[in-house]
Design a protein around this ligand. Structure first.
Ligand code: SAM
Length: 217
């Protein structure tokens, strides 16, 4: 009960107060228990307005930035979504609450294995997992899937990986933090018949996206 009240406060003061209005996003945040996705010893901080360490030098992102990215993507129930940077699996669960199917890629083996165990234990059946370099998208992933309605990247790239824009379905959207290692802009790319349209949704700070089409370590 106390944890649900913490989630309700998080939604009211961190999300709605800052302009998150997408009902699907708000419902998912109410349902998914963030405290299950952080190390037990910092469980009491799970509903804080901040990123938290999840080990391996990585973080679970601040709730607001996750909600903002999901809202910008205008997620639909029928969407196939590619997520790069599984981390703790928290955002994966939020996505899986809303869309038909989630494909998630993580470059640190222990993180994706732990996230998969946790999400399987929570009963999620609409998630596919891949250990590897997400800058290349779902290339060689199983089941085979080359086109995504939405792609969400939870780590910061120096440039937009072409492999990711190439895996967008027509009218699909990619959201990715892009910039230097300390500060980035949230960039949205929409694939249209006329080409790719870029928009900038403001500043942010993420851990680096490391891989062939990202940073080199
Ligand atoms: N969304 C996650 C959550 O809810 O816990 C947080 C993601 S964390 C901010 C970024 C993640 O991106 C890290 O786990 C990191 O290992 C991963 N990452 C970095 N480069 C990657 C790459 N090339 N492919 C896949 N994952 C990558």
């Amino acid at each position: 009960m106390r944890l649900r009240a913490s989630r309700e406060n998080m939604i009211k003061y961190q999300l709605i107060a800052r302009g998150i209005t997408d009902e699907n996003v708000l419902k998912a945040f109410l349902k998914v228990p963030r405290h299950k996705f952080v190390p037990e010893e910092i469980g009491h901080l799970a509903y804080n307005d901040s990123p938290l360490s999840i080990g391996e030098g990585q973080t679970i992102s601040q709730p607001y930035i996750v909600a903002l990215m999901m809202q910008i993507l205008e997620l639909k129930n029928s969407d196939k979504v590619l997520e790069i940077g599984t981390g703790s699996g928290y955002q994966t669960a939020l996505l899986a609450e809303i869309v038909e199917i989630v494909y998630t890629v993580e470059r640190i083996n222990s993180l994706i294995r732990d996230a998969e165990d946790l999400l399987n234990g929570m009963g999620y059946k609409n998630i596919h997992y891949k250990y590897g370099d997400g800058t290349l998208g779902w290339k060689d992933g199983i089941p085979t899937q080359n086109e995504f309605d939405k792609i969400i990247v939870a780590a910061a790239a120096p440039d937009i990986p072409e492999s990711l824009t190439g895996q967008l379905a027509m009218n699909g959207k990619l959201i990715i933090p892009t910039g230097n290692r300390t500060f980035q802009q949230l960039v949205v790319i929409t694939r249209t018949e006329e080409g790719y349209i870029h928009t900038n949704e403001g500043g942010c700070t993420f851990v680096p996206l490391i891989g062939d089409e990202g940073w080199q370590e």
